[in-house]
Design a protein around this ligand. Sequence first.
Ligand SMILES: [Zn+2]
Length: 569
Amino acid sequence: MSELIINNGFVYDPLNRINGEKMDICIRDGKIVKTVKDPAMVVDASGMVVMPGGVDIHSHIAGGEVDTGRLLRPEDHVKDVEVKTAVTRSGVGFSIPSTFTTGYRYSKMGYTTVMNPSTPPLQARHTHEELIDTPMIDKGTYPLLGDWWISLEHIRDGLLEENAAHIAWMLKAARGYAIKIVNPGGLEAWGFGRNVHSLDDVVPNFGITPREIVRGLCKVNTMLNLPHTIHVHTNNLGQPGNYVTALETMKCVEDLAREDKPVIHITHIQFCAFKGEDWGRIKSGAEDIANYVNNHSHVTLDVGQVVFTDTTTMTADGPFQFGLYHITGNKWINHDVETETSGGIVPFTYKRSSSVHATQWSIALEIMLLIKDPWKVLMTTDHPNAGPFFYYPKIMSWYISKKARENMLKKVNKRARKKSLLPSIDRELSLYELAIVTRAGQAKALGLKDKGHLGVGADADIAIYNINPERTDPAKKFVSARKAFDRAAYTIKGGEIVVKDGEIVKQVFGKTHWVEVECARDHCRITRAQANANIKKKFKDYWTVEYENYPIREGFLHSSAPLAVKADI
Ligand SMILES: [Zn+2]
């Protein structure tokens, strides 16, 4: 039995409504408990902030596109080398760090859970191999199912229950955590050099629309009682005027919401919040997006905050990446995965001197600050698309300090500065709100009940930061707050101290979260058996992999953490 007590810190635990109270946190065997008798170790957190470990709902850290990005960009690695220590392995990193470096860098910032937001089901085995290889954090991945042939056929034929049974099988086969939808219908069209441009365009070969795909999978998500909602990258991402598409995507599932629960998560909303007819006239759609989200409770968002740096863009949205290649003229890779999805990688530099990039930077901040309820909007950079994740502390300083935002605003393109809504926004997130947008809200949106809080029974994943809210105002002392978030005083993972004073002191390996759906009715089991017969035939016809070799055995995962859910079918 291993016991630990964290004494006397200022605790920010929004899921349990604890707002900066001085209290002790007790840990036994990797879980938070009420009391400990004889703690093996005492952590003195006097004058420091104690929060649940950071949770990241959307960060590309593993799998085919990340790997291809690594191959495409040796220059990304050479400038950022991590040497081996007594505890840690060597590695490289900047925008596409190696697996070990990824784990260490998250852990040093007090992060303990990171979800990899997309994997083609066919490549899930390799995605898991890399996630297993990523130390320090718990993880999971979302299979790309928005352009998946069998699912599209079910939607076309109105076979809702069959589709649900099939997706349940797919989630298990890929050991996936959520349904990921990227440019619905557009990836299938891209297989033929085309795209879709609105929710009501027709998807070639299937005769259905993106609207039907989003609605169909949203219904499936509810039928299966999945812990997270559908996770959607909208159509027309990265196009001027696309805030309309983002709003329509949210509206198109409004009637499917039950009670006040979210049914859709729109990811990296910044990339879908552009107003204006062309790049020259681009402006912010943040107010429209925020107004809608403030008046509806069926949506959660993550922002995809731009930071000014060199990075690598990567997405399953093949046609978008083709467009980006034409804009930048940079080297690029495009990739098609059998009947499942596409993908592209393009290096990219966000410049303060660019009117478009500076507007994007401003849009993401505006959305974060204009949405009143912090549980609805989460901090991400869509790592590495809008910037590498290790910029989080800098972003947190923009959230908590108007002064920090003004300092950056002074340095950006004049035209963008003139258009920015930021000067009119005085809001500064409190530490309590910051804990929501970086951990509590992320865990809640994911339906990870043992994460993102410090109540009895929670996983003992904890971050301690050297900020004394009694003595300093983080809004004024934002530079020292940023440094504190950059190098956690302590990170505790599964009840063990793994980071001290911003350095890794122990290497651990986290769990892989995935969802195991159990059907409630016999009918569903029969449907699933029939569906499997159908899939077998499809595999013979269209896949290079045998049906029997496709699913990943649970034993393949290093530390499997299935979340069992009972479906309504
Ligand atoms: Zn992404």
